[in-house]
Design a protein. Structure first.
Length: 168
């Protein structure tokens, strides 16, 4: 059974525009679902706030430099790798995304990582797998012979042909 989704803008900052994906059968986008699941969880309060701060810092101050994203097969994840972040606690909250350019990021969903690898963690594995499938599907729409999604580098926006849907 095919699932269809569309890309929608979350917020445009000074240096980065964030997008997300909404599946046709869901009320919340993937990023909205991530927010609603984690924003009030007291066990990850600091991690959640740091992650939201990084989204703003990347968006307004430094841009989406590739080094600030964890490579996760075809997808990427936030928060930035620990070598870039000085904190006193482990960061196990993962938000999967697609790095399009230094000015465009597509945010997906995520969870609390409880194992060494995403593939071994029952919490993040479904989000890791979905993020990687979404990246492949979006790349096809961006790089195929008919480019239904293109980057407007001057305005840090995606140009999406009307009616374009991501099919998984």
């Amino acid at each position: 059974m095919n699932k269809f989704a569309t890309i929608e803008e979350v917020e445009q900052f000074d240096k980065v525009t964030y997008y997300t994906v909404r599946f046709e059968d869901r009320d919340e986008s993937e990023f909205e679902n991530f927010l609603s699941k984690h924003q009030d969880d007291p066990t990850i309060h600091d991690e959640y706030n740091d992650l939201m701060a990084w989204i703003t810092i990347i968006g307004n101050k430094i841009g989406a430099k590739p080094s600030y994203f964890r490579p996760e097969r075809k997808a990427h994840a936030l928060p930035p790798p620990s070598r870039l972040v000085e904190i006193d606690y482990l960061q196990n909250l993962r938000l999967y995304c697609m790095w399009v350019s230094e000015s465009i990021i597509i945010l997906f969903n995520g969870a609390i990582k409880t194992q060494n690898t995403a593939q071994a963690c029952p919490n993040v594995k479904p989000h890791f797998d979905l993020a990687n499938r979404l990246v492949l599907a979006i790349e096809k729409l961006m790089r195929g012979p008919y480019k239904a999604i293109e980057e407007d580098k001057y305005n840090q926006q995606l140009i999406i042909d009307e009616g374009t849907e991501i099919m998984l």
